[in-house]
Ligand binder design. Structure first.
Ligand code: F6R
Length: 591
């Protein structure tokens, strides 16, 4: 989490850095700041709040100078305070640093530095970095030499950028764990946690590898390895542009991303048949198949588990990525691990995949963002092709993940083309599910916005959709919600149903219909307000979310869409920003 930016060039750095920070605000948004070098002077402005709020208060973007570093924070060490916001600086206020990661040994380092006379102004782990650099620079080292000397002392993950008034004219950065992309533009050079930050400004990108160091000046970039030797690195063209990521008239990215799902489905289904057939064969031959993922991606994997079993007759287990390492003992070279991650950066997923790789397992990743850490660790990568997903809640990436699992399961029975064919009409059906329900759900959200609890139930292949519907609601509306298999309700949770409690029943007219309906009736008998998501009307529904009829294996792609809309409208009707829910961030790069 946290977004970091650096710029060195011929134009005013602060406005460029501010705009770039806005594009990585999805990585954290509890506080932000910018440090610049102007006429050899280091100037820092930072505060708590979202970027626009800080800009209104402190005019971050009017700081002078052509060199800047910036940060948008998701707090890990130290509360959300102005002192803990980045950039962090040293005792003499000559070195400023922005950091993404967690320094595991910061307490020891802090103690040592304090005993040598350093004073700390924040509770952050980051603050040790400028103090360590300060010490090195006092010995006469250049900023890059000081960064090279400091980086090995930091345990854990630490990708950071530094500037110093003692060695002005440059930004120096290094990476360990969290990503750092270097951009080449017409008027200057960039470093950022995500190339999205400078797309439109830069035309080429170079990813930095772990332990490498980059030096940005107004005249060029230089790369060093951990020993300080110069490195030659190849750049590639930036294809996607930031303008792809504008809200296009929607109030929030979440709604825009829900609405563009029909188009995305086609892109997700445009895949390499050979690759899918190879991966499917490996899955069939494997001694065991484990899918690992977090949050929404894990719910897509749970739908995948049903598809693998129903179509490919292959059982696989889905293990929450944060729990994966507790199962690592059973992973071996006969294991195929499927890692599902929109960002390809999630620390829990990365850790599990690293362990599985070390144990000799084959790694297949299903990722949206290109050039991610996860792609570097995988034997095969399948891309979702759904474009940038800016809003923190995952929506279009989830639908694309479902498409990938559908294609993989059909590839197991050598029917990739049939799957592609089956998916052809699905975009129209998703369009119908949106058109039929968007306005009615907006109205429903007005009447349900003061409810404290929601429950979501479903069976079989739709069960994970109940969990996903509940997760979406919690994330963006802050209403307590639980999703579970419909048959499980009577084993405890039914005790919580009171007159008027909303229960969303995902009840398509498929092999789960009768039993799910019967569980809904049990809830209704206790006074629940039943929201029926179904292609078949039933009198027990207090509110019917009508969906189109599709093949039973494709229902998850349809049923989840109204639940995304319900969560969105509830968030907005409660006055929340669904794109930036409190306490969350889009890329969870800490464990
Ligand atoms: C929910 C959400 C999160 C992510 C989870 C995994 O809307 O966005 O639950 O799904 O943090 O993220 P990725 O898929 O990037 O690994």
């Amino acid at each position: 989490m946290c977004g970091i930016i650096g710029y060195c060039g011929k134009q005013a750095a602060a406005p460029i850095t501010f705009e770039a920070l806005k594009r990585v605000e999805y990585r954290g948004y509890d506080s932000a700041g910018i440090a610049v070098l102007s006429n050899g002077q280091l100037l820092v402005k930072k505060d708590i709040g979202k970027l626009d709020e800080i800009e209104a208060k402190h005019s971050l973007s009017s700081l002078p100078g052509n060199i800047a570093i910036g940060h948008t924070r998701w707090a890990t060490h130290g509360g959300v305070t102005s002192a803990n916001a980045h950039p962090q600086y040293d005792s003499s206020e000559t070195v400023a640093v922005v950091h993404n990661g967690i320094i595991d040994n910061y307490q020891e380092l802090r103690k040592q530095l304090a005993s040598n006379g350093h004073h700390f102004a924040s509770e952050t782990d980051t603050e040790v970095i400028p103090h360590l650099i300060e010490d090195e620079m006092k010995q006469g080292l250049s900023l890059e030499a000081a960064v090279l000397a400091t980086a090995p002392k930091l345990e854990g993950s630490s990708t950071f950028l530094a500037i110093s008034s003692l060695d002005p004219g440059k930004v120096v950065g290094t990476r360990k764990g969290s990503p750092l992309a270097i951009g080449i533009g017409d008027h200057g050079y960039f470093a950022a946690s995500d190339a999205l930050a400078f797309s439109g400004q830069a035309h080429q990108v170079i990813p930095l590898a772990d332990t490498e160091v980059v030096i940005l000046t107004a005249d060029g970039i230089e790369f060093l390895d951990a020993a300080g030797n110069k490195l030659a690195k190849e750049s590639r063209d930036i294809k996607s542009k930031w303008h792809d990521s504008h809200k296009q008239g929607y109030q929030f990215f979440m709604l825009k991303e829900i609405m563009e799902q029909p188009q995305m489905l086609e892109a997700a289904a445009t895949q390499d048949r050979e690759l899918f057939t190879k991966i499917a064969l490996d899955i069939l031959r494997a001694g065991q198949v484990i899918v690992t993922a977090c949050g929404t991606s894990r719910y897509a994997a749970l739908v995948g588990r049903y598809l693998f079993s129903k179509v490919g007759k292959k059982f696989c287990d889905v293990v929450m990525a944060s729990e994966f390492h507790y199962f690592a003992d059973s992973v071996d070279k006969n294991t195929v691990v499927l890692a599902v991650s929109q960002s390809g950066e999630t620390a829990d997923v990365i850790e599990g995949v690293q362990m599985a790789r070390d144990a000799g397992a084959q790694i297949v990743s299903i990722i949206n963002r290109p050039q991610s850490l996860l792609s570097e660790m995988s034997d095969h990568v399948i891309y979702l092709n759904c474009g940038y997903e800016i809003s923190v809640p995952a929506t279009k990436s989830f639908l694309s993940q479902l498409v990938i699992f559908y294609l993989l399961s059909f590839s197991m029975v050598n029917s990739f083309d049939e799957a592609v064919n089956n998916l052809k009409g699905i975009s129209n059906e998703v369009t119908k599910a949106i058109a039929w329900n968007n306005e009615p759900l907006r109205k429903l959200s007005q009447s349900l916005k003061d409810k404290d609890d929601f429950y979501y139930i479903a069976r079989g292949i739709n069960f994970a959709i109940a969990s996903e519907g509940a997760l979406k609601l919690k994330e963006v509306s802050y209403i307590h919600a639980e999703g579970m298999p419909a048959g499980e309700l009577k084993h405890g949770t039914l005790a919580l149903i009171e007159p008027g409690t909303p229960v969303a029943v995902i009840c398509p007219d498929d092999y789960t219909y009768r039993e799910t309906l019967s569980n809904a009736i049990e809830a209704k008998s206790r006074g629940a307000y039943i929201i029926g998501v179904s292609d078949k009307k039933n009198d027990i529904y207090d509110f019917w979310v009508k969906i189109p009829k599709v093949d039973e294996l494709l229902y998850p792609i349809i049923t989840v869409v109204p639940l995304q809309l319900l969560a969105y409208h509830l968030a907005v009707s409660r006055g929340h920003d669904p794109d930036r829910p409190r306490n969350l961030a889009k890329s969870v790069t800490v464990k």
